[in-house]
Design a protein around this ligand. Sequence first.
Ligand code: GDP
Length: 297
Amino acid sequence: MAFEGLTERLQNAIGKLRRKGKVSETDVKEVMREIRLALLEADVNFQVVKDFVKTVRQRAVGAEVLESLTPAQQIVKIVNDELTKVMGEEAVTLEKAPKIPTIIMMVGLQGAGKTTTLGKLALKLKKEQNARPLLIAGDIYRPAAIDQLKIIGQNIDVPVFSLGTDISPVEIVRQGLIQAKEKKNDYVLIDTAGRLQVDEKLMNELSEIKQLAEPNEILLTVDAMTGQNAVEVAKGFNEQLNVTGVVLTKLDGDTRGGAALSIRAVTGKPIKFIGQGEKMTDLDVFYPDRMSSRILG
Ligand code: GDP
């Protein structure tokens, strides 16, 4: 289960205060030491942990905790508030173009869940906004990526624009956008190629697609299971493409929490959605406060 270790360690650390009436500054220090270790062990970015612990400690040695008759509860509240802040505070919704179509470009490393997430997002838009999306198959390198997208399209009853693998992704996107305008699709969702790691060729190709399509959203899909690596990947993609948001996938797995808690603080970009399973309905808007409560258990 996601965050299992982190939840348990945070609960244990704070739980020690429950047995006390009033707490001292030393007690708070001890709890903060354990919270710090718990976060580092959950693979949260070092600087993020440092800043977080400093803020929580400052608040926790104040009167609201030291003079409280329920110090553990007060600390839980402070930790909850600050975890929420680290993850961005409010849910951030998708941008919408003033004139259709709204163009969403999906980027990410191979296996992160781009293609699946694109299908999930198309279905969500269809269900919630009665949208008429078009999917564009722009990943011409991974064997079977186009077929995978076509199958997803069939399952959710959304058209897929494809020109096979012998034509450049930029050209595919160009023609796909023309079709979308003709058919008055209100959303265009572009699938792009991934690699096993961030490289220059991939970034150049994605930059070209970005220039041509002028997307309203560039969503970066990252795999939550990969922890700090996901954060590094997010940094790399963001520096090259200035992404508008992140989709964190595989939060149904036993991820430790590092990616969820670090990405916003490290990249400055919001997590907009989370993937919580392989089914087409397993995509949710990311709410920092709900995630914080989930982490605290
Ligand atoms: P891409 O290479 O980035 O396009 O990745 P795919 O969309 O092909 O996904 C790679 C694998 O991850 C597939 O087996 C997906 O079913 C799986 N996957 C994607 N998102 C999730 C998720 O939120 N949870 C789980 N458990 N699996 C996911």
